[in-house]
Ligand binder design. Structure first.
Ligand code: MLT
Length: 263
């Protein structure tokens, strides 16, 4: 992992391979390791750039509220410091997708193509926002163990929970090791994120949408609506996968990315 010094702290980033760059942005409350199967699949043909977002993995925490715009600005700075000057394919999962929308809005020339996995365009409802703030407070007081237990059931498909216990366990450990301050800052940032729905029709770059067939957090129906609004979009529904499709069924996800990139 490389350490990149940015305006607001040090980010830890994996930067492997050569060729057209793909930036992989992890979901909440995870780290770069959720993309291990994609790194293995694409590092032979592409430059894969996989950061730990600020407050996650080995990246430092430096803010009370991490808005999606702040995460996006961090990534722009990271890419620039790593000498990436040409447009990249941006692949984000869930919170990583919210950040991808911001990268597209704020740093448009950086984005050549978009891959949006298990994410949504809509902002939080009032009720969802309230839960985010309550969860942030509780994590700061108690740590993230309760969150790991609460989230695992929702993150994975029934099949993954029953048959791929090592993935579930690894994810549990990643969440438990994440700093409470990082979790709280991202929760508050997601709570204030804008509704990206009105801008979907302006996304003129090729966009691949990927969703697990059993995703209980951002269900296929919601991603289908995104497909209808983004002009050049393709939707791939991944069998036997929940909210973490790239981790749960990497072969199908990697194949669909490869075919779409080669198209
Ligand atoms: C994620 O996987 O990043 C989260 O489910 C996003 C969210 O809580 O909205």
């Amino acid at each position: 992992m490389h350490k990149v010094s940015t305006t607001h702290g040090t980010l830890s980033i994996l930067d492997h391979g050569s060729g057209r760059p793909i930036l992989f942005i992890h979901g909440f409350p995870l780290d770069h390791t959720m993309w291990t199967a994609q790194v293995e699949a694409f590092e032979q043909t592409h430059r894969v750039i996989v950061p730990d977002l600020r407050g996650f993995g080995e990246s430092s925490v430096a803010s009370d509220v991490m808005s999606m715009a702040r995460f996006a600005d961090d990534l722009q700075e990271c890419l620039s410091q790593r000498g990436v000057n040409s447009p990249v394919t941006v692949c984000g999962l869930s919170m990583g997708g919210y950040i991808a929308f911001e990268l597209f809005r704020r740093w448009r020339p950086l984005v050549e193509r978009l891959i949006l996995c298990d994410t949504r365009a809509a902002a939080d409802s009032e009720a969802a926002r309230k839960v985010r703030y309550e969860t942030a407070e509780r994590v700061l007081q108690e740590g993230g163990d309760f969150l790991a237990e609460a989230m695992l059931e929702k993150l994975f498909s029934p099949k993954t929970l029953a048959k791929k216990k090592e993935i579930v366990e690894q994810t549990r450990q990643v969440i438990r090791q994440t700093s409470p301050e990082g979790i709280a800052a991202a929760l508050k940032g997601m709570a204030i994120r804008e509704d990206a729905t009105p801008r979907l029709s302006e996304i003129e770059v090729p966009t691949l949408l990927i969703v697990g067939s059993d995703d209980a957090i951002t269900p296929p129906a919601e991603m289908k609506l995104m497909e209808q609004q983004i002009p050049d979009a393709r939707l791939c529904v991944v069998a036997d996968a929940g909210h973490l499709a790239p981790l749960e069924n990497p072969n199908i996800v990697n194949q669909s990315i490869r075919e779409w990139l080669d198209d």
